[in-house]
Design a protein around this ligand. Structure first.
Ligand code: F6P
Length: 360
């Protein structure tokens, strides 16, 4: 039986996309035989599926990409909430995607992406396409999997960034705040904050009280430590903002001329404690470059499992790692949900047990 599978990468890029694509391809060629599998690369995520931007790949296309950052297929953000909306261009995106699937004679579609991608994957699965998702994101916020590929590499890079701030903070007796990506979840900041020895970790799941943050800084200062390192999640907010809706929060920040919570925290600490404060934003550096050894292994395991799902014709699912097991979840059970840090998470407790403040 000959199979023809389409692969696309959607949403923000991250390390490990190519390693996962390679894992899927190699496992499929190995399992089904090179003559029995055709792989179609779809350019720029769902945009490519909407516009039939497809290319037949050969086994050699997947060689030498294990360590390569980004994605060989390109990617694009294609917001889920607009998928079923017909805009000025008059394009029925769902209809087009189904047509491309048909025109390309696909037996299944593999979608590598984060939360938004998974919502569209579920939509396409509900529309009758054979879809298998693969969980990608540096945010690690996909429901139903302990880990996503890209996350561990980003933790390593963020840790390195925090490590490198220590010397300047110590030499200048300053507060250095490192703003870390992660969207609405604090996984990346929590992990790299602990690994990088941050003194204060601020995450969206634990709204901070600025007085408590300043107390923690002053407490260190009183014990002879003239500097502090603060890991700040890009999505964090204070206890007052926690009571507000997203729009109100954004409006209040705009009114006060505040771009990010990190800049505001730095200004408040400097004003309240008199200690010079600086902000560092590694930003997209966290998503760039080669995947770590952990992510290469995970990507390969995920790819192999996806090939197994294809062989079993188990569709409407997304690959996951739960405990030490590589498995899969039904798209219908995970799409639209976000995995947040539980305030009782063992890592939060671990950090608190060594005296790290969360500003709560
Ligand atoms: O989801 C990955 C992520 O890097 C988030 O951590 C971040 O909030 C967002 O993407 C940034 O998106 P963009 O690259 O579109 O600016």
């Amino acid at each position: 039986m000959k199979r023809r599978i389409g692969i696309l990468t959607s949403g923000g890029d991250c390390p490990g996309l190519n390693a996962t694509i390679r894992g899927v391809a190699k496992a499929c060629y190995e399992r089904f035989g090179e003559d029995n599998i055709e792989i179609v690369g779809i350019s720029n995520g769902y945009y490519g599926l909407i516009n039939n931007l497809c290319k037949d790949m050969s086994p050699s296309s997947f060689s030498g990409i294990l360590t390569q950052g980004g994605t060989i297929f390109g990617t694009k953000r294609q917001p889920f909430k607009m998928m079923q909306v017909i805009g000025d261009d008059n394009v029925d995106k769902v209809k087009n995607m189904k047509e491309t699937y048909k025109k390309q004679k696909l037996d299944c579609l593999l979608t590598l992406g984060g939360n938004g991608t998974h919502k569209t994957s579920k939509l396409l699965s509900d529309e009758g396409l054979n879809v298998i998702g693969l969980p990608k994101t540096i945010d690690n916020d996909i429901y139903g999997t302990d880990v996503t590929f890209g996350f561990h590499t980003a933790v390593d890079i963020a840790t390195e960034a925090i490590d490198r701030l220590h010397t300047t903070a110590a030499s200048h007796s300053r507060i250095l705040l490192c703003e870390i990506m992660g969207n609405k979840a604090g996984w990346l900041t929590l992990n790299s904050g602990i690994a990088g020895g941050a003194d204060i970790i601020l995450i969206p799941e634990i709204p901070y009280d600025i007085d408590k943050v300043c107390d923690a800084v002053m407490h260190r200062s009183a014990s002879g430590k003239a500097f502090s390192i603060i890991a700040v999640a890009e999505g964090c907010f204070d206890v007052n903002e926690a009571k507000m809706k997203k729009k109100e929060r954004a409006a209040k920040r705009a009114e006060a001329g505040i771009t990010t919570a990190t800049n505001r925290i730095a200004a408040q600490i400097q004003a309240n404690t008199g200690i010079e404060s600086r902000v560092c934003v590694p930003g997209h550096m966290l998503r760039g470059g080669a995947p770590s050894a952990y992510d290469r292994v995970l990507a390969t395991q995920f790819g192999v499992h996806a090939a197994w799902l294809i062989a079993q014709e188990k569709y409407g699912r997304t690959v996951a790692k739960i405990g030490n097991k590589i498995t899969s979840n039904k798209l219908s059970e995970i799409a639209g949900k976000t995995k947040f840090v539980d305030t009782e998470n063992h890592l939060v407790i671990t950090a608190k047990d060594i005296g790290v403040s969360f500003g709560d």
